[in-house]
Design a protein around this ligand. Structure first.
Ligand code: FES
Length: 576
């Protein structure tokens, strides 16, 4: 019998394959299956629910609907659990755990019998981890996100996590709203289950995954609580059975060209800076290297077209009503690689031809009338960021994109927390706030701490934005003139470790430069005296993490988990 199909795939090794199959059948029959039921293809369903994870709370419904789709198409659905990560319930950071989740996904797909797998999840690190694991396992896979939450309302204004969480918190710190107000608003920021309702990392990765070809067309923006989300799950289940028959694996879908499409969508959506790290890691698993300077070139050619917070004004449910990703892809059509394969078995271009016709709406703009004229993000280099840094210029104060000012340095997150509101802090509105030892190794786990708070004494004087630099990340829902992902990070000896309070720093976004204006001899002398912090921990996952994690320019994946690259994204656009 075929040991590469159905219940006989990935047999436990006892040295006797027939006995392995015999034993497996005995145990699965304990769940009530008949032999006849186990003859068809098996579709694994990755279950990422957890009592801590409101973003995934509809997963039981989605499993039920996806299972129905699988069975209507002649397959057997088998849900199985993996690690579940919610942004606010992950210490020290969710990023620290992303690669653990990717390992879990990869190994459980490899370990258990399944002819295809449905990947269910949605919170920020979940989609990247699901795709990283699935790409490495290279079993036919299809993703379905849990979908965005609906927007809330407070005293006449619409609210959504988490752009408005940060905006209201900044107003509270500045003394503009009271403690009663902030806690009243707290109950309206996440009014339903689902992923954050703005163009944060979850929304960005959902759009990117659909553009990559790993989800059914039209499935990225449908709200978590809509009936359509369950119907999508049923269709995803049905398609998973076909994927198994066609052996359409992620390696045939995730290519330099499809990664380029996804990167372009991130830029045109005004997406999260985190998406660049995640797409770099996902692509890396497929042997595709993402080139930062190439990404910057894409940015110069790709305007922001989606008018969503934090860059614009709308929420994900508005993008869904405006036609979802298809509305954006249609506008971007001249920029896309249309021949790329998708999970439907048809090309992106063909799917776009079949999408519903356009109609008047005010969420997705045309190339001729963009929200922001060039890409949402710019890649910086310079003596402070030899391996690159990123700025989300579309969400920055345009006046500060060209700025020179004196550094105010914070050694770590705890130093930041201890001193940022000190009335005697040496800082003015022209200062450049610098946070270090908050990178992949230093924190560890590269927290979303790049959105340094404005010092209270300046916030209360009306200062809304300052230039802020760090080796940390920033939530996709945040905004401000913030330089992130500085690589190499301070904890591994990057130049950020050499900055002192009072040094002048120049941010030249137009020229794509970030420089410490200190002469080379002085920088060399500081380097000679530099001692690196001792990470301290010598056991368990943290030991694996610290020994394997790469810098932001390599997606913070574990070094030995990605194969040698065989292609580079962005790729030239093929003539359709
Ligand atoms: Fe899960 Fe925002 S916290 S998507």
């Amino acid at each position: 019998m075929n040991n590469e199909f159905g219940i006989r795939r990935n047999l436990t090794q006892y040295g006797d394959a027939e006995f392995s199959a015999f034993l497996r059948k005995a145990f699965i029959k304990a769940l009530g299956y008949t032999d006849a039921a186990l003859d068809g293809p098996i579709i694994g369903i990755v279950d990422t629910r957890s009592g801590y994870n409101a973003c995934h709370n509809n997963i039981p419904d989605l499993i039920e609907a996806a299972s129905r789709g699988v069975m209507l198409s002649g397959g057997i659905p088998v849900p199985f659990p993996v690690v579940s990560i919610h942004e606010s319930f992950a210490h020290p950071t969710s990023m620290y755990l992303r690669n653990l989740m990717a390992m879990d996904v990869e190994e459980m797909i490899r370990a258990q019998p399944m002819d295809a797998v449905i990947l269910l999840g949605g919170c920020d690190k979940t989609v990247p981890a699901l795709l990283m694991g699935a790409v490495s396992a290279n079993t036919p896979a299809i993703l379905l996100v849990t979908g965005p939450m609906l927007a809330g309302g407070w005293r006449g204004e619409r609210l959504g996590a988490c752009t408005d969480c940060r905006r209201l918190w900044a107003r509270y710190r500045a003394g503009e709203i009271s403690e009663t107000d902030i806690w009243e608003a707290n109950g309206e920021l996440a009014p339903t289950i689902g992923t954050c309702s703005v163009m944060g990392t979850a929304s960005t990765m959902a759009l990117a995954a659909e553009a990559l070809g790993m989800m059914l067309p039209g499935s990225s923006c449908v709200p978590a609580v809509y009936a359509e989300r369950r119907r999508l799950a049923e269709r995803t289940g049905a398609r998973a059975v076909a994927l198994a028959a066609e052996q359409l694996t992620p390696s045939r879908i995730i290519t330099a060209e499809s990664v380029t499409n996804a990167l372009r969508v991130v830029l045109a959506a005004g997406g999260s800076t985190n998406a660049l790290i995640h797409l770099t890691a996902i692509a890396g698993r497929a042997g595709v290297k993402v080139d930062l300077d190439g990404f910057d070139r894409l940015g110069r050619q790709t305007p922001v077209l989606v008018d969503l917070k934090p860059t614009g004004q709308h929420y994900m449910e508005d993008l869904h009503r405006a036609g979802g990703l298809a509305a954006l892809l249609r506008e971007m059509r001249p920029l896309l690689n249309l021949n790329c394969m998708t999970v439907t078995g048809r090309s992106l271009g063909r799917e776009l031809d079949c999408a519903a016709p356009p109609f008047d709406q005010d969420v997705v703009r045309s190339l001729a009338a963009p929200v922001y004229p060039t890409g949402a993000m710019a890649v910086l280099r310079g003596n402070l960021a030899p391996a690159g840094a990123l700025i989300k210029q579309a969400a920055a104060n345009q006046r500060l994109l060209q700025h020179t000012g004196p550094a105010t340095v914070f050694e770590s997150l705890s130093d930041l927390a201890a001193r940022i509101d000190d009335p005697d802090l040496d800082v003015t509105a022209e200062s450049v706030l610098v946070l270090r030892n908050a990178g992949p190794v230093g924190a560890p786990g590269m927290p979303e701490a790049g959105y340094l708070p404005i010092p209270k004494k300046l916030a209360r004087a009306g200062v809304k934005d300052m230039v802020r630099l760090s080796d940390a990340r920033m939530s996709g829902t945040a905004f401000g003139t913030i330089v992130l992902h500085i690589a190499p990070e301070a904890a591994v000896g990057g130049p950020l470790a050499l900055v002192r309070t009072g040094d002048m720093i120049r941010l030249d976004t137009e020229g794509r430069r970030l420089d410490l204006l200190v002469d080379d001899a002085e920088i060399s002398e500081r380097r000679r005296k530099l001692t690196l912090p001792d990470p301290g921990v010598r056991r368990g996952y943290r030991r694996l993490y610290l020994s394997e994690v790469t810098q932001a320019d390599r997606g913070c994946d574990f070094a030995s988990f990605a194969p040698e690259p065989t292609s580079v994204a962005p790729a030239e656009r093929a003539t359709p």
